[in-house]
Design a protein around this ligand. Structure first.
Ligand code: ATP
Length: 438
């Protein structure tokens, strides 16, 4: 299910399983392609990643409001959006083994990579997941799992304006699941069939589109740059003329340099008035905006920033994944994650587990810190193994209660990246950590 061709990817996938970050879904049944579960460590990391986005784009801005919409909507939504008609990938089928492939992703578009058979002509397959609403046969309504999360934003545009009186320019943002029956799910969390997206739809006057487009394009790249170690692994890619939707003046992707080449992380799209006009037309409701500044009435234009939560999280892990040769000849594996993304901000250990004084003092410190931060506790095995585990899940600092602690109330703080150690008074740890995290 995972592309094991790639060394770094397969090593990271193994680490994710070993340390409870991400698991193959339904693994005990042999797995199911394109679906993954987050484990105890990964679910905490992913939650942090989403909280950072929510905090920076919604909580700290007066002009962007959050919503949380459903996965199933009125089926007409997907007719209006064009997904029922156009959300299709062209595929070829091998005449010998009958497996299907996207021709644009094949190394050799003439021969089947599985059995060297030849292909049929490309045919289009819709990738919306379908379902039914209702329980009585004959009375069920055919519906879709949303193929992109952003449609709920357009559906609630009028509700948000009416309930909040927010004025243009403003944005509506959302994080939520999307479902695509991808033909070739691949590369771990990169292309899956169930994933989360984060969207900002920013509504502006048509004459202000250029200004706001450039603003969001830069804003989103700068945001990602804060969390990635390798800045040269992030770039913009401008869409060619033939890739542009008919209403788009321009489009850029923010891309990450993956082990299999540059790949999309987030799209910055010029949506013009397409989405609200379509929904006005299909629903028969007037979705225009009455501008209180000059009493003009118009359908707002939209700058869209649409990114993948799981995909960008995977890129973060790839960016953080580091192997280092130590002086003793051994290799150390670590995730150099931004502390705000790490599952635990600190891990607390007693140096020796058979010394009750050390264990109980360490427990006390754990209890105090865990009230304010996610912290980990480990009183198993030897200190080297404890450090190794924390390095592999990207915990930025470890705190060790040792024999000196009993004499002078200081503890050892060990830094993940440099492995340097320093001593701190127990009652200074809280403020030290707070400072580090800010
Ligand atoms: P791609 O060309 O890679 O399939 P897309 O252009 O279809 O992506 P959008 O529809 O613009 O993607 O969706 C916005 C974001 O959602 C993408 O930038 C990506 O991060 C994420 N995304 C899209 N499809 C998937 C998928 N199958 N699995 C994981 N993330 C996805």
């Amino acid at each position: 299910m995972v592309d094991t061709q790639n060394d770094k990817v397969s090593q990271l996938v193994a680490l994710c399983k070993r340390r409870g970050i991400v698991f193959q879904n339904s693994e005990i049944y042999g797995g199911i392609s394109g679906f993954y579960d987050y484990g105890p460590v990964g679910s905490q990391m992913k939650r942090n990643w989403k909280n950072l986005w929510w905090h920076d784009n919604i909580e700290t801005r007066l002009d962007v409001l959050g919503i949380d919409g459903t996965i199933i909507t009125h089926p007409k939504v997907w007719q209006a959006s064009g997904h029922v008609k156009n959300f299709a990938d062209a595929m070829v089928e091998c005449k010998k083994c009958h497996k299907r492939f996207r021709p644009d992703l094949l190394d050799d578009p003439k021969k089947c990579p599985e059995c060297s058979g030849t292909f049929t002509k490309p045919k289009k397959y819709n990738i919306l997941f379908e379902t039914d609403i209702g329980v009585i046969e004959g009375e069920k309504t055919h519906a879709y799992l949303r193929g992109e999360a952003c449609q709920n934003i357009y559906l609630n545009f009028k509700n948000v304006v009416d309930s909040t009186r927010i004025k243009i320019p403003f944005g509506i943002a959302q994080i939520g699941k999307a479902f695509r029956n991808e033909i070739n799910p691949k590369n771990f969390l990169y292309r899956t069939r169930e994933f989360e997206q984060w969207d900002i739809q920013y509504f502006v006057k048509s004459e202000d589109m250029d200004k706001w487009y450039e603003y969001w394009k830069q804003n989103r790249l700068t945001w990602y740059q804060k969390f990635f170690n390798h800045q040269d692994s992030l770039r913009f890619r401008q869409h060619q003329k033939d890739e542009l939707a008919f209403y788009a003046k321009k489009a850029f992707d923010i891309e990450y340099h993956t082990p299999w080449g540059w790949a999309e992380m987030e799209g910055i799209h010029w949506r013009a008035d397409y989405d609200l006009s379509q929904h006005s037309r299909f629903s028969g409701q007037d979705l225009s905006y009455l501008d209180p500044t000059d009493n003009s009435k118009y359908i707002p234009h939209i700058v869209e920033c649409s990114g993948g939560v799981d995909r960008s999280f995977f890129y973060l892990l790839l960016d953080a994944y580091t192997k280092e040769k130590l002086e003793n000849g051994q290799t150390r594996t670590l995730l150099k994650l931004h502390p705000q993304v790490s599952a635990y901000k600190m891990a607390i250990f007693p140096l020796a587990t058979n010394k009750p004084e050390l264990v109980s003092l360490a427990k006390k410190i754990f209890q105090k810190l865990s009230a304010s931060y996610p912290v980990d506790w480990d009183d198993s095995s030897n200190i080297g193994k404890k450090y190794r585990r924390q390095d592999e899940i990207g915990t930025p600092w470890c705190l060790v209660v040792d024999f000196q602690t009993l004499d002078d109330n200081t503890v050892t703080i060990r830094h993940r990246d440099s492995m340097k150690q320093e001593r701190l008074k127990i009652d200074q740890v809280d403020s030290w950590l707070q400072k580090k995290l800010n």
